[in-house]
Write a protein that binds this ligand. Sequence first.
Ligand code: CA
Length: 334
Amino acid sequence: MSSKSLISTDVDFDKDGKQFGNLFVPQSTNSAGWANYYVPIIVIRNGEGPTAVLSGGNHGDEYEGPVTLSKLARSLEPEQIQGRVIIIPMLNRPAVDSGTRLSPIDGANMNRSFPGNPTGTITSMIADFVANQVIPLADLVVDIHSGGSSMHMAPSVNMHNVADQEQMAKMIEAGRAWAAPLVFIYEDVAGAGLLPSYAEGLGKVTLGTEMGSKAQFGVETLAITELGVQNVLHWAGILKEKPAEAGTSEPQVVAAEDPRDYIMAPCSGIFEPFFELGDEVNEGEAVGQIHSLEQVHREPDRVLAQTSGSVIARRSIPRTAQGECVMVLVRPFG
Ligand code: CA
């Protein structure tokens, strides 16, 4: 897209110090013909050095990012860093406002909207601004996710297996530095247009996360997220002092690179899981079964694993439609 973004901002990316500001996204609504939608952005800079772009709330029902990054924005002072930290705690703020994965304004998935469209709907306008004016400034890109409403996840830092081996080695090193229990290499099984894919494509050291779920939100996942962001900022040479706590010392690097590792429901009904996070599953084994709402006399349909591995994610909404992911299996990477 070559047309210019209609979004303006009151932060100056090149100014030293700490600035709390907003992206102003032009909107015209039933309640205001002329309006701007505000998306908070924080810039903390202290002279020359690397730049980290940290985002949360890409999906609105994933809360670790907004909470961790708002706390970081308030607590991190310029003198604690060298270089720059740009924080967007609620990338899809309308979705965070409504507690939904997708934007209630245009129904769009921010993480399927990259590289965006400067004259599109609100989600693609924000994606376009971030893609063209924020991510290019970065050496390190961190986009904090969790399983949200629909999945329970074992806490992980994640990335794609990018073609550039040097970039991949750096991303795994950064992922390990987070000190979450798992570093997870994943495949896209549900479409394109992801923020991490876009940043990886620019050659940036890019980390996503899956920190838990709406139901798991709390002390454990917040601690892993908060410590991990600081660990990675220190790894990148931005945060001067090493965080006091260590986190998991030996994260496991695992991968789900076979599309069959993402087990989809063969039919609709109520999914009953047979395994929990961390359990080992063998190829051919049933990972759960789906109960019919219409034909109660019928035995449930068993959902079979087509690969072997340990469970990194499982569906957390019992009611399941055909084709929805019910479990993800991983194996050691490399
Ligand atoms: Ca997500």
